[in-house]
Ligand binder design. Sequence first.
Ligand SMILES: [Zn+2]
Length: 344
Amino acid sequence: MPSKTRDDLAQALLKSQNAALVVGAGISYDLKIPLGYRLPMEFGAAHQSLLAKVGLLSAWQAAQSATDPDTRWNLEKIFVDVLVSKFAGSIELQQVLVGWLGQVESMAGVQSDTHAAFAVTWLQRKFKHLITTNWDFLLEWQIDGIYYEAYNDPFAPANYSFASGANCTIQAEHLFFLESLEGEDYFWHPRWDIAANVSDLPNLRRWSRPLWKIHGSPVFLACPKCGGFSHWKFEAELKVNDPCPVHPDERLLPEIVFWGQGLDTAQPEVWQRVKKRLQRSDCIIASGFSGSGSDVYIRRVIEANSNAWVVNPSKGAWDVDKVHFVETTAADLAQLLIERVITI
Ligand SMILES: [Zn+2]
């Protein structure tokens, strides 16, 4: 297909009734979230004795000492594949790796207008579905900030102001579900939730809209009986293998999909839900998402949709005969949403 313009993209989104946004690492790159295998290699550098103990040191050393870029990439992949395969069998490795990843400074949220534009477009229902492969909390940070303000007056629309001076509002009924309690009492349920793991699915309410965090996060822990803990912040001093605070006979497990793993094999039930939503969407926009390596299964579903748009600085692995390709950055897509979609 011939390359498309930003204007074509805005019109396609404005015409759609059931659009989905799929975002990946590229949307957070400006905010210093490391790409590729940099994180596991840094983890290895900081934990040499643990690597030796679990039989990973020689694979790490081989990758670390490679000078040719292609060789290094291949050796890093071998190290990471072994790391991931040893993860399930070692509680110590789970505790140390998950704990270390959770402390990476850039994983925590900061204010970001790019992420806010994506979050607001979703909260305004112009995207019905929001799917991220990112471990970081940049989307959640912006959503939480909007809710923090909105709780001051849950009947009023919430406002968000971008650094450029653009303003937008989100209707109160898009943010909250009002449940009548006994007498005159009400409870304001926030309409957003996070779904990362099969144990989260029974907790989804009919009024709630999940942010599909399909690679989980190092911060997430799940109890097999009651679903996710520590969703999006370290709210409790809990770590891998601790007893669940509600079910002391159950142990908390990491909720994370690693490098080289895919949701289709790690969490097939969650993937089926996401896949159905993508297949029903009348417009899919993917940005910052390379679709290569272990993410091929998502790319295939997006490419099979007749109205799929990819917004990336380069075509990468995408089959541009099947998708509309707009050659630009995620930050520019956010700017387009601000100008054309959410502030009108
Ligand atoms: Zn539990």
